[in-house]
Design a protein around this ligand. Structure first.
Ligand code: SF4
Ligand code: SF4
Ligand code: FES
Length: 365
């Protein structure tokens, strides 16, 4: 009788928090199991795809204890998405000065050729590079040379490539490889000359190719049916589905008023696609009657898309206008300005005098 071997559990401590995970788990996956507060940023790793990670170096961490059996620290920082845990390993992410400093350097490198396109870029508001720069970047650049530039390129009739914004994470290449079953585009050349390109200008017309837009962490791959039509923070995402013969049909519809501006796949808390969707659902079904609406999508608390998200939503009840109700329909004659009596504007809490962005600590007693 053959014995079923159970995967041993390894204990790993990340930023002081300990967890047990099956052998073979990477440091990044273990950190995600603990929670967002210890999870390193990941610009190229993508849980839904195979063999991703190891390209961007944003997930670097310091291993201060290799394992129980060999407690020596690892001499160099390691990519947490590519390093598996050992039993007894101790890892520093945000608590490691070396990792934090190295990440600043990685962000600086990612930005040396990056254009200042945010005001016109469709990804603004949901861009992982914006978040990364805000959380881990520096305020200024030391780069003095001319930035690398490319012409925009159409990848088929629905997708446009802005190579200037690409961070060469390879996610789109892996997505095309793994879900369309045919490799139609890839990274050409190397180093400073590397660029995403379709082989022989071949258009990407596979039925699932639209998913490369969703996996792109920046605004390098844009949906031509949505480009420049709206800013994402003015849109309200709702979960919806349809009976699709090609894909799961589970999507997010992005509304402004009654109009569907774009359709995307749903994403999980790590901003990774839950179910791949087909091009028909993504590009051709933009009427409410095409869909069964489920509920307002859950939007992360720290996302700019959350502003106004629940206004006018399906199934949501608008709160009563309190003043008019208690005053039996009349408008108040006098309104008290609470800013004059609250302590928020005391000189020592004047937001304009806070060194850097305000946080909840600035409002504590
Ligand atoms: S990809 Fe992100 S950081 Fe780059 S221009 Fe667009 S929004 Fe800005
Ligand atoms: S186009 Fe986007 S997904 Fe593709 S390599 Fe560049 S940044 Fe990554
Ligand atoms: S997420 Fe690990 S190297 Fe990019």
């Amino acid at each position: 009788m053959s014995e079923i071997k159970e995967t041993p559990l390894f204990t790993v401590t990340i930023d002081g928090q300990t967890i047990q995970v099956p052998a073979g788990t990477t440091i990044l996956q273990a950190a995600r199991m603990i929670g967002k507060e210890v999870a390193p940023p990941a610009m190229c790793y993508y849980g839904k795809l195979e063999n991703t990670g190891g390209n961007c170096r944003t997930c670097m961490v310091e291993v201060t204890k290799g394992s129980e059996a060999d407690p020596r620290p690892m001499p160099k920082l390691v990519a947490s998405c590519r390093t598996t845990v050992m039993d007894g390993m101790v890892v520093g992410n945000k608590s490691s000065e070396r990792a934090v400093t190295a990440r600043e350097g990685v962000v600086e490198f990612l930005l040396i050729n990056h254009p200042l396109d945010c005001p016109v870029c469709d990804q603004a508001g949901e861009c992982k590079l914006q978040d990364l720069s805000y959380e881990h970047g520096k305020e200024e650049t030391r780069y003095e040379f001319k930035r690398r530039t490319f012409e925009t390129e159409d990848l088929g009739d629905k997708i446009q490539l802005h190579m200037n914004r690409c961070i060469l994470c390879y996610r789109c290449v892996k997505t095309a490889d793994q879900i369309t079953g045919c490799r139609e585009h890839g990274v050409m050349f190397r180093g400073d000359h590397a660029e995403i390109s379709t082989y022989l200008e071949k258009s990407l017309d596979n039925e699932f190719i639209g998913n490369i837009i969703d996996v792109c962490p920046v605004g390098a791959l844009t949906d031509k049916t949505f480009r420049f039509k709206n800013r994402v923070w003015f849109l309200n995402p709702v979960d919806a589905h349809r009976d699709c013969p090609t894909c799961s049909g589970k999507v997010q519809l992005w509304y402004r008023g009654d109009e569907v501006f774009r359709v995307t796949a749903r994403k999980n808390e790590w901003n990774e696609v839950e179910d791949w969707i087909c091009n028909t659902c993504r590009f051709d079904k933009k009427e409410t009657q095409d869909w069964v609406i489920e509920q307002p999508s859950v939007v992360a608390k720290d996302s700019v898309i959350r502003q106004g998200h629940y206004a006018g939503k399906v199934g949501m009840v608008k709160p009563h206008e309190t003043f008019k109700r208690v005053m039996k329909g009349r408008d108040p004659k006098l309104l008290l300005n609470i800013h004059d009596v609250s302590e928020v504007n005391e000189p020592e809490r004047d937001l304009s005098k806070i060194d850097g962005p305000a946080t909840s600590k600035d409002f504590k007693e």
